[in-house]
Design a protein around this ligand. Structure first.
Ligand code: ZN
Length: 286
């Protein structure tokens, strides 16, 4: 499974951009978590943007984005690293809400009010945490606000997930454009004009590949610096669940040990592990 990302510069090198076609990744997340269409759109947008943010990191760094709203969807967590490995989980994947008046999925209502937390593991003892309020719950706007408030980088984001009537993914992707420190006023106006004229990501992805979309937006005034991939990878294993269960107190461990095995399910990839309770720590009886 691959999902292509292109990174480059545009409009006389005043901006950097990342553009991704994440259709396969969102389809995978939808299959694994059995998401309803509105949950697919919400988690898909978050995972798509977070995957790009992973690619903005340096070697051996990773980040986690958490969207914690008071809507029926509950919490969504996405982790991504610089190598393009992404994993995601959602509390309530079965949320079903009526469509908005314009016929679109009501992501904003499913997510509700709350906060977006970005936690970056940059290799220091403590992670770097940025927290902003959700401005709309539509995800792209929330991340745009995060970039301006928490990272102080003016950023434009267009992200979309188009779910077909049979719940399969018709198109998914995102474009993130960031203003570079020396950007001119003239270039910023040019970008704003281009962004206003732009169709939605999913509309463009249905008829153009990533290079064609870039030409459509910037004409010839862009250069691609790197082509990369992202994929959904979970590194859970048997030992992880042993360690996690061993954190429980003696009473809980004793109760678990009454059974020979205990079934554990990874919340990210839904893989099941039959943990042999004999592998858990011994209880020192007083
Ligand atoms: Zn897993």
């Amino acid at each position: 499974m691959t999902n292509k990302i292109l990174n480059g510069m545009a409009i006389e090198r005043n901006f950097r951009f990342f553009i991704i076609d994440s259709k396969e990744m969102v389809q995978y997340l939808s299959d694994v978590h059995q998401t309803s269409p509105v949950a697919t759109a919400a988690l898909g947008r978050q995972a798509t943007i977070t995957a790009i943010m992973g690619k903005m990191l340096k070697q051996n760094q990773k980040l986690t984005s958490i969207i914690r709203g008071d809507g029926p969807i509950g919490q969504m967590i996405v982790t991504a690293d610089d190598e393009g490995h992404v994993k995601a989980t959602i509390i309530n994947p079965f949320v079903d809400l009526p469509l908005k008046e314009n016929g679109k999925l009501d992501v904003s209502r499913a997510v509700g009010n709350g906060e977006l937390i970005v936690s970056k593991d940059l290799g220091f003892p403590e992670p770097y945490n940025g927290v902003v309020e959700l401005v709309s719950g539509e995800i792209a706007e929330d991340f745009t606000y995060y970039f301006s408030q928490s990272e102080q980088v003016p950023t434009a984001i267009s992200a979309g997930v188009l779910v077909d009537v049979d719940h399969s993914i018709k198109a998914a992707g995102a474009l993130i454009i960031q203003v570079l420190p020396n950007a001119t006023e003239e270039a910023i106006i040019k970008l704003e004009e281009a962004f206003l004229k732009m169709e939605s990501m999913t509309t463009m992805l249905q008829k153009m590949n990533l290079e064609e979309i870039l030409s459509h937006i910037f004409a010839t005034d862009f250069e691609i610096l790197a082509e990369m991939n992202v994929e959904c990878v979970c590194r859970c294993d048997y030992d992880f669940f042993i360690q996690t269960l061993n954190i429980l107190n003696d009473t809980d461990i004793a109760e678990i040990k009454e059974e020979e095995t205990v079934e554990c399910v990874c919340e990210f990839c839904k893989k099941k592990y039959d943990v042999k309770t004999a592998d858990l720590r011994e209880i020192v009886s007083k």
